[in-house]
Design a binder for this molecule. Structure first.
Ligand SMILES: CC(C)(COP(=O)(O)OP(=O)(O)OC[C@H]1O[C@@H](n2cnc3c(N)ncnc32)[C@H](O)[C@@H]1OP(=O)(O)O)[C@@H](O)C(=O)NCCC(=O)NCCS
Length: 147
């Protein structure tokens, strides 16, 4: 299926960072011919971990998918762009918001928001238990970790 050149266009977020781009393949489809929601969730989990990794500085685990909304179907050949921002840094956890935008196969350069999610990651130690997130003063050179 193709979209006309007048396909809807959503402005990209200016308060979030581009953390991943990926193109779904036919093997990622469900029985409807759209992309399987579980595949999208896996990509969001990966994309969501990028900003927390800067703060956690080591092992971490996804503790919660706090919210996940499939706003539009994803199709084979879409170029998906994942934008993320940090919503909260706690003692051991980092919560992020992730938005996914699709450029349809025949309308490159026009973006449509297809998914939005909020996830929480926990810094863990070698035994898999929560550990405190290093503060800027804890880093090697004492500089702040930036977004
Ligand atoms: C992640 C894990 C180590 C956390 O252990 P825990 O004993 O539940 O940890 P705590 O209750 O002390 O909570 C740790 C942090 O997570 C946060 N948290 C826990 N559950 C949460 C939820 N549902 N939503 C948001 N944050 C949550 C807590 O608020 C705390 O954050 P803070 O220290 O910044 O305030 C443990 O739950 C675990 O191993 N889970 C499996 C992880 C995993 O396998 N993920 C992949 C799934 S396929």
């Amino acid at each position: 299926m193709t979209d006309a050149p007048s396909a809807p266009h959503t402005p990209l977020p200016t308060d979030k960072e581009l953390v991943l781009k990926v193109i779904p393949m036919p093997a990622d489809c469900n029985a409807n011919g759209d992309i399987f929601g579980g595949w999208v969730m896996a990509q969001v989990d990966l994309a969501g971990s990028v900003l927390p990794a800067r703060h956690v500085q080591g092992r971490m685990a996804t503790v919660a998918v706090n919210e996940f909304v499939f706003k539009q179907p994803v199709r084979v050949g879409d170029i998906l762009s994942f934008y993320s921002s940090v919503a909260r840094i706690g003692r051991t956890s980092v919560t992020v918001e992730v938005e996914v935008y699709a450029e349809r196969f025949a309308t490159q350069g026009r973006y449509m928001k297809v998914t939005e999610a909020r996830l929480t990651y926990v810094a863990i130690d070698a035994s898999g238990r929560p550990r405190p997130i290093p503060r800027p003063a804890d880093t090697a050179d004492g500089t702040a970790i930036t977004e």
